[in-house]
Design a protein. Structure first.
Length: 143
């Protein structure tokens, strides 16, 4: 089972082709942690965007942390907040995935690496931003 983190969903919403191709290739539909859904809703700027988002999310199963997941998230948060800048929602999302024995598909490795029990997957290759063009040097100057 796979759960999608917010960054993956943003790529899908923006029509990022590698994300869309990956999603289409899956045999089993991935799920969404409820807190990911809420983060996506938080990014909506108006009623139209909220309506469009809710329509897009209809095909995803939403999963919420259990009481046990939330209790583990509290411990995880207390241990990793200062050392890894782990956020509250990231702790809850991670422990929800752990409780479901699911892979969390994400590129947010900086915060999640603190949670050793979490199985993560970077599901597609992200293109690096194109480099700035090299400016020719002035005559007589070394590059």
């Amino acid at each position: 089972m796979r759960l999608l983190d917010t960054d993956i969903m943003v790529d899908i919403q923006r029509g990022y082709q590698p994300a869309l191709d990956w999603l289409e290739s899956l045999d089993e539909a991935p799920g969404l942690p409820g807190f990911v859904v809420m983060e996506l809703m938080e990014g909506c700027r108006d009623k139209q965007e909220m309506t469009r988002l809710r329509k897009q999310l209809e095909s995803f199963q939403v999963y919420w942390p259990t009481d046990s997941d939330a209790n583990r998230a509290l411990l995880t948060f207390s241990q990793a907040r200062l050392s890894h800048n782990l956020g509250v929602l990231d702790a809850l999302i991670a422990e929800c995935a752990i409780g479901l024995q699911a892979f969390l598909c994400t590129f947010n490795m900086k915060h999640f690496k603190a949670i050793t029990r979490l199985q993560t997957e970077q599901p597609y290759v992200k293109n690096a931003p194109s480099a700035a063009p090299v400016q020719p040097s002035a005559e007589g100057e070394d590059p």
